[in-house]
Design a binder for this molecule. Structure first.
Ligand code: IMP
Ligand code: MG
Length: 171
């Protein structure tokens, strides 16, 4: 059973979106030697393209976490892979593929905020604001989309479709 894919954001649009985000980030982080923190796995393709559009030096690290949503609305954060670098005194930019409910990102943001960064902001390629359950302070948004399930450009359905060079919707 092969699900039908429909292109939502094609390669050219993705390139433009990433270039626009990179231009803003360059402007804001010049001379700040920022630490870009990618959230695995979904952000790896976006991160790779984003850093190659930046014309400022940056450092990159990755973490993987999930939150178990139990009786409490925010659930408990489970860190599967922590950072290699310390965020203390660093200008941290969290790089996310897509923000949906915001539950996981909200907790990652809070956790890293307690570790003494010089500053901390969030950049997401895609935002689905209609689905938000908790407020997350997102500074850089590539594209807002309606409540659709998407895949491609690093984003998966059941670990599949990350390799697609475009973003598509799945039925
Ligand atoms: P949330 O914001 O904590 O609900 O979770 C966001 C994460 O859920 C994203 O980083 C993705 O890994 C995943 N996700 C959310 N929406 C989609 C989608 O449309 N397609 C595939 N994964 C999604
Ligand atoms: Mg993700």
């Amino acid at each position: 059973m092969k699900p039908e894919l429909k292109t939502l954001i094609d390669e050219a649009e993705l390139k433009e979106t990433v270039a626009a985000l990179a231009a803003e980030i360059c402007e804001d982080y010049r001379d700040k030697d920022p630490l870009l923190v990618g959230l695995l796995k979904g952000s790896f393709v976006f991160m790779a393209d984003l850093i190659r559009q930046l014309d400022i030096p940056v450092e990159v690290d990755f973490m993987a976490a999930t939150s178990y949503v139990g009786r409490e609305s925010t659930g408990e954060l489970v860190v599967l892979k922590g950072l290699n670098e310390s965020v203390h005194d660093r200008h941290v930019l969290i790089v996310e593929d897509i923000i949906d409910t915001g539950l996981t990102l909200h907790q990652i943001y809070d956790r890293l905020s307690t570790e003494g960064p010089a500053s901390i902001e969030i950049c997401t390629l895609i935002d689905k604001p209609a689905r938000r359950q908790v407020e997350v302070p997102v500074k850089y948004v590539g594209r807002e989309i309606p409540d659709l399930f998407i895949v491609g450009y690093g984003i998966d359905f059941d670990q599949k479709y990350r390799w697609l060079p475009y973003v598509g919707t799945i039925d």
